[in-house]
Write a protein that binds this ligand. Structure first.
Ligand SMILES: Cc1cc2nc3c(=O)[nH]c(=O)nc-3n(C[C@H](O)[C@H](O)[C@H](O)COP(=O)(O)OP(=O)(O)OC[C@H]3O[C@@H](n4cnc5c(N)ncnc54)[C@H](O)[C@@H]3O)c2cc1C
Length: 429
């Protein structure tokens, strides 16, 4: 761990930890400051089994993919996995990430038994719910702003095989998609919907997938073996300008993807079901040098009409959304700044070059806040600070903890400064 090249001025300016940089915005950046590369924290301890449960001690820089690869052959698996395996344990805790099973199993923070935190004073301390509940809850989902997570003890769950039983259905409207998700959730652990928002006539048609870890009985030998073995990713070269994500291409791709014949049920290897985007390395390069913007919000149950209005606005966006994913989320977890709350979460990828998109998203933020929802900080690069308190009602509690453990606001990021989570830089020192 440590940025050996950080100058005294940079350290004086402030510090923030960085994992694998998979947050979409400015959460793991600090202009002019010291960004601590935590990926050197690579230890993975033995799996400790206690009946139906197990735990493992891991360094904060271990990726969830590496952890899964290590523990799966022993019949264990991290219960919460995001849409990419290239996420560190520290990043997963800091964003209290959710998987396709949040509605059943909650977020990553719920799988953390304890963690080790190096605070602004440079002291490493163990943190548990019992030792300091407020600090634990400020750290889970706290976007790295309480300190550097150097290690954690994580719960694991039994892994019965190397495949997921996946049920897939095509839907032709948002209403049908919502119904299909809710119906399937009664008997499945994982659920996710891909939506086509690439045009006003699209009516948010979708592909809904539900999944359960497959029991070994009846599987062939390869599938029966508990394993997490991702294939090598296809390389994407750097592309200039606006890349290849253009309206006509997006529209044709989405149409072809929606129409593609699919089996109603199939056995799918874990990596392909959990991390489909990892099949193409550096896929954001498709958006060219100008990059992409992801908007992810959650709306509480009962706000389905607001969701429909957002979806409709996206279908009329100045540029076609290239990817849109809809998921259910379960109840709010322990983290004071954790994103999930019971309802619907919509994540939409857009090219970053179009100025009108930013105005549209600004309007959406207000609608989301008014509806009792929130924007996901791990995906954000542009939210206005005045909406933060409405979206995150436990913010005052979080500020109390931050004040207690880092009164000078030494641990800070561009996101924290932009959103007013720390005092402005001029007051340090
Ligand atoms: C393709 C893709 C799919 C995704 N799917 C999902 C999903 O399904 N669900 C979901 O919830 N998220 C998802 N994400 C977002 C991702 O899980 C989070 O942004 C996660 O925080 C990234 O982890 P990282 O290691 O890359 O951390 P970084 O992006 O490097 O950092 C993210 C935050 O964590 C903090 N941090 C990192 N390491 C430490 C540490 N050791 N100690 C303290 N703080 C630390 C940073 O300061 C920063 O605030 C996805 C991202 C991508 C690119």
């Amino acid at each position: 761990m440590g940025d050996a090249l950080a100058s005294p001025e940079a350290i004086e300016r402030g510090l923030i930890a960085r994992g694998l940089g998979r947050s979409y915005g400015d959460a793991a950046q600090l202009e002019g400051g010291a960004v601590i590369d935590a990926t050197g924290l690579q230890a993975i301890g033995p799996v400790h089994v206690a009946g139906e449960r197990a735990t493992v001690d891991v360094g904060g820089g271990v990726s969830l993919g590496d952890l899964a690869r290590r523990v799966a052959p022993q019949g264990w698996f991290p219960p919460v996995m995001p849409g990419t395996r290239h996420v560190t344990v520290g990043g997963a805790i800091a964003a209290d990430i959710h998987g396709k099973n949040h509605q059943r199993d909650g977020g990553f923070g719920g799988t953390v038994e304890s963690l080790s935190l190096v605070g602004a004073d440079g002291v490493q301390r163990p943190v548990t719910r019992e030792s300091d509940r407020a600090l634990f809850e400020a750290t889970v989902g706290g976007m790295g702003l309480t300190g550097v997570i150097t290690s954690a003890r994580l719960q694991l769950e039994p892994l019965p095989s190397g495949v997921v039983e996946v049920a897939t259905q095509r839907t032709s409207s948002l209403d049908a998609t919502l119904r299909a998700i809710v119906d399937g959730d009664a008997t499945h652990r994982y659920s996710v919907a891909w939506l086509d928002l690439s045009g006003p006539g699209r009516r948010a048609r979708g592909i809904v997938q539900h999944g359960n870890l497959a029991a070994p009985l009846g599987l062939d030998e390869d599938q029966r073996r508990p394993a997490y073995a991702p294939r090598r990713a296809l390389p994407v070269p750097p592309l200039p300008g606006r890349g290849v994500v253009r309206d006509p291409i997006v529209k044709s791709f989405n149409l072809a993807y929606w129409r593609r014949p699919r089996k109603a049920t199939a056995l799918v290897p874990l990596p392909r079901f959990l991390h489909p985007l990892d099949g193409a390395a550096s896929w954001p390069r498709l958006f060219g040098a100008s990059g992409l913007l992801q908007y992810q919000c959650v709306l509480p149950d009962g706000q389905e009409r607001t969701l429909a209005a957002l979806v409709e606005a996206f279908t009329k966006a100045p540029v076609s959304p290239s990817l849109a994913v809809l998921k259910r989320l379960g109840p709010q977890g322990e983290g004071m700044l954790s994103f999930p709350l019971q309802g619907w979460t919509l994540a939409v990828d857009l090219p970053a070059w179009n100025a009108e998109v930013y105005l549209m998203l600004d309007r959406m933020d207000e609608v989301v806040a008014q509806a009792g929802g929130r924007v996901y900080l791990a995906k954000d690069a542009r939210l206005r600070p005045d909406l933060l308190a409405a979206m995150y009602p436990r913010l005052p509690e979080w500020r109390e903890v931050k004040q207690r453990i880092d009164p000078e606001g030494r641990i800070r990021s561009d996101l924290a400064e932009r959103l007013g989570l720390v005092p402005s830089a001029s007051r340090i020192g």
